[in-house]
Design a protein around this ligand. Structure first.
Ligand code: GLY
Length: 376
């Protein structure tokens, strides 16, 4: 795009905000629409940047896109910090713990798959894992060391992106958007024209685009936030993911003694009630792996809908003339923010988008997808 184009970003989760910041830094006049900026799924997140420990056979395009974004994370964080807004990136790495024999077998399958792909992941005994993280339970059977999977303080990041966008002249409109037409956005205050519109409304995106209707679904997640207390064990020094009797759980430490436990995963529409079952499952799973949390203070429970797609890849690209999709990031919104923002800037500038984004064509599998239909 030439000159000082007007860009509308619909949705102020991590994806919309990353796009808004990068575009405003590049000289666009950015307007962000969201009735509650930064209060959806990105707020209720662990902040893992973990393509390798999230990998599973069959999801290779998700792994490729995730790794492309992870490579961009250090520069993304450094640029934001240089503008005066530190996003709280942690470089401490990730470990995965397996609780029982069957969990260790499942972890072994993941380790073997990653070895075949040539990824850096070391399968170790429970004892060796406890040498890395002494607070882990003596019952942990086996582990995986994945130093390259990182984490970010999601709430610090969201605040940093809002502040940086504002500092670059971006504005926020807290009215719900009712309609997007070709480069126009209709909100309660009327209709406004833009040079381009990016739809980054997470689980709500299907309601704003005929092409995405029914293809982005809400996938409920609950998290707990805990804080260590005097006399209790400190939290682990890095992200601990675990399989506990077949159920996944993760513990992501924050600076200052906080710990985020996540996350449940239910098909529950837009329900955001935190259930007793969700809290019990997370506490039970986490305590079996890291018993010290029994003495922690439970400071917050929260739930939000992730934006899930059928194949776990997001929807990235032009939907109709001047309207672009950047949504459907499933469990990977925080991870995929840098590559998504760079893709949007490439589309607007007429440049080649980053590696891995072509597989995320927003019209794949839709009624208007002629390319993919011809292939089958
Ligand atoms: N990224 C982990 C989750 O969505 O729970």
């Amino acid at each position: 795009m030439k000159g000082n184009p007007g860009l509308a970003v619909v949705g102020a989760g991590v994806i919309g905000l990353a796009i808004a910041w990068k575009a405003s830094a590049a000289g666009c006049r950015v307007t962000v629409f969201d009735p509650a900026p930064a209060r959806g799924a990105s707020w209720v997140a662990g902040g893992m940047l973990a393509p390798v420990t999230e990998a599973w056979p069959g999801d290779e395009p998700v792994l490729e896109l995730g790794e492309e974004s992870l490579r961009r994370w250090p520069a993304f964080a450094a640029d934001l910090a240089r503008e005066g807004f530190d996003p709280g990136l942690s470089l401490n790495g990730t470990v995965v713990a397996a609780f029982d024999h069957a969990d260790a077998e499942q972890l072994g399958t993941l380790a073997e798959y990653l070895r075949e792909l040539g990824r850096e992941a070391t399968f170790v005994s429970g004892r060796a894992l406890r040498r890395e993280e002494p607070g882990l339970s003596a019952s942990v059977r086996a582990g995986l060391l994945v130093p390259g999977d990182l984490a970010v303080d999601n709430r610090k990041l969201l605040g940093a992106l809002i502040d940086a966008t504002r500092a670059n002249g971006g504005t926020f409109v807290t009215e719900p958007v009712s309609e997007l037409t070709s480069s126009r956005v209709r909100a309660a205050g009327g209709e406004r024209a833009f040079d381009a519109v990016v739809l980054a409304a997470g689980a709500w995106s299907g309601g704003l685009s005929a092409a995405l209707a029914g293809r982005v679904r809400p996938l409920k997640g609950e998290i707990l936030r805990m804080r260590t207390r005097r006399g209790a064990l400190p939290p682990p020094s890095r992200t601990v993911r675990a399989f506990v009797e077949g159920r996944p759980v993760y513990l992501v430490p924050r600076a200052g003694g906080e710990l985020v436990l996540g996350a449940t995963q239910y098909e529950a529409g837009f329900d955001t009630a935190v259930t007793a079952r969700g809290v019990r499952e997370l506490l039970e799973g986490a305590e079996r792996i890291f018993p010290g949390i029994a003495e922690y203070e439970l400071v917050e429970t929260a739930a939000a809908p992730r934006a899930a797609s059928a194949d776990n890849l997001p929807y990235l690209g032009e939907l109709t003339d001047g309207v672009f999709a950047a949504t459907g990031h499933h469990r990977n919104g925080l991870l995929l923010a840098p590559v998504t923002a760079d893709a949007v800037l490439a589309w607007l500038g007429g440049e080649s988008p980053p590696k891995g984004t072509a597989a995320a064509d927003p019209l794949r599998g839709s009624a208007t997808d002629t390319t993919h239909r011809e292939k089958v």
